[in-house]
Design a binder for this molecule. Structure first.
Ligand code: NAD
Length: 454
């Protein structure tokens, strides 16, 4: 059996080896999930709800342990990691209300009664990236289990530790064997098998746009259901009438949080030309103050990148001749550190401005007026997230309707609330997670007509 050595990105030291599943092992666990589906789907809605609440309570009891594990495995700041573990608990609690509320409809028809049912799909495969191992896993397995499906979940090779622990906690909570299965392994083996094995009825994929397209192509063979959460290059649009100090103070966190390894990172800042200098001066002091340090410290605002490979990839975007306006700090010594970096590209053709870097690098561009801001914001193949800073309510409404992105915030940089739908326009994805509608992605609507004339 092959193994993968987990490296702590803060110290560059080995944490432990994790066994990687091969195709036969993957198929065996998928089969186990298929068997468990036959009983899980029949568990009374109230009992399924109780089990999910118990799972949430057990996660709550282990928040600190899960958070410390994420700091060790992923270099997330401890503050973020606690939020991430808490998000798994919250998502489980939110969807624990679903089994008792999976309503169908009764539709008036002639000569009979017509009823719709929300039926579970069967085995759902969830493929998770390394940037937010806990929340992204929970956004998949929470609603999937609530709707009566069983789950096979593949964490990213680099970051399997919290997912493995969540699998153990599910059993501790009384979720029956085979209902929630975590399978560490390679994308090209375990992940691809989720696509090709016909027992898996749906794939939920979060990761790069390139792999997402492959999954969509592969799923076509079996008309397999897919939800895709892919890349982003989101715009932070700052109008002259906005609270410039507030927008500038929030801008580092909006892009450098999680070392920029966030699909919602506001990695393009668009500033109305008349306030460009003012914004840049406040932004510079905020970037210089941004605390990049040992992520286990409560004061840390940013830790290292996830791996040597990711560090090399980010460095490529900032060659020596880059238009660097200013940079923040980074610690010396071991660890995959990259200082927060602000670029001022000449125009929109710049590679670092156009492509998703997935590191702490942001490009700032001035714009002339509202129409120009909208045009520049939409000039991207992506459409995941974004912020709009304006004190003019009409303008905020107009611009938020015009920007082609799935999750926008006005005078705020918050992207994720588990009560509300999350997902992308254009090449940022397909389908929505979280919120009340996510359950539709984990059920089939069945329509049954009862003839009352017979
Ligand atoms: P990735 O696409 O390489 O890997 C994501 C997951 O897919 C991993 O678990 C990997 O093992 C698996 N995988 C790789 N090849 C596969 C294949 N051929 N078949 C099936 N599974 C396969 O991405 P990554 O490097 O882990 O994550 C970074 C990327 O993810 C960024 O581009 C980022 O924008 C994107 N992302 C998007 C969101 C979102 O919600 N939209 C969230 C997080 C990350």
């Amino acid at each position: 059996m092959s193994t993968y050595t987990i490296i702590n990105p803060t110290t560059e030291t080995a944490v432990r080896d994790v066994a990687l599943a091969d195709i036969a092992q993957t198929d065996a666990i998928i089969m186990k999930a298929a068997t468990a589906f036959e009983t899980w789907r029949k568990v009374n809605p109230g009992d399924r709800a109780r089990l999910l609440r118990k799972f949430a309570a057990i996660v709550d009891d282990h928040i600190e342990e899960l958070a410390q594990l994420e700091v060790l495995n992923s270099g997330h700041t401890i503050g973020n990691a606690r939020w991430e573990a808490g998000n798994v608990r919250d998502v489980l609690n939110y969807y624990s209300a679903a089994p008792e509320r999976l309503f169908g409809r009764q539709i008036p028809v002639p000569n009979g009664i017509d009823v719709t049912f929300k039926e579970p799909l069967g085995v759902v495969g969830i493929i998770v990236p390394w940037n937010f191992p806990m929340p992204i896993a929970g956004w998949g397995f929470g609603p999937a289990l609530a709707a009566g499906n069983t789950v096979v979940l593949k964490p990213a090779e680099l970051t399997p530790l919290t997912a493995i622990r969540l699998g153990e906690l599910a059993l501790l909570a009384g979720i029956p064997e085979g209902v929630f299965n975590v399978i560490p392994g390679k994308g090209s083996i375990v992940g691809e098998r989720f696509v090709t094995n016909p027992i898996v009825r749906k794939v939920v994929f979060t990761g790069s746009t390139t792999v997402g397209k492959q999954i969509m192509r592969g799923s076509a063979d079996q008309v397999k259901r897919v939800t895709l959460e892919l890349g982003g290059k989101s715009a932070n649009i700052i109008f002259a009438n906005a609270d410039i100090e507030k927008a500038a103070a929030g801008a580092p966190g909006a892009v450098f949080d999680n070392a920029g390894q966030d699909c919602c990172a506001r990695s393009r800042i668009l500033v109305e030309r008349s306030v460009y200098e003012k914004f840049m001066s406040h932004f510079e002091s905020a970037v210089k103050k941004f605390r990049v340090e040992d992520p286990s410290l409560d004061s840390a605002e940013m830790g290292p990148l996830i791996s040597a490979g990711q560090l090399a990839r980010v460095k490529e975007y900032v060659p020596d001749n880059s238009e660097v306006a200013f940079q923040g700090s980074k610690p010396e010594g071991p660890g995959y550190w990259f200082a927060p970096t602000v670029l001022t590209p000449k125009d929109e053709s710049d590679r670092a401005y156009r492509e998703e870097i997935f590191g702490p690098v942001v490009s700032v561009l001035p714009f002339e007026d509202e129409a120009d801001a909208i045009r520049i914001a939409n000039n991207s193949e992506y459409g995941l997230s974004g912020s709009i800073w304006s004190r003019d309510i009409g303008q905020a409404v107009r611009v938020s309707r015009a920007v082609e992105a799935g999750n926008l915030s006005v005078n705020s940089n918050s992207s994720v609330r588990y009560w509300t739908p999350f997902g992308g326009y254009k090449q940022s994805g397909l389908g929505r997670e979280l919120g009340p509608d996510a359950l539709d992605s984990f059920t089939e609507t069945k329509n049954v007509f009862f003839d009352t004339q017979a």
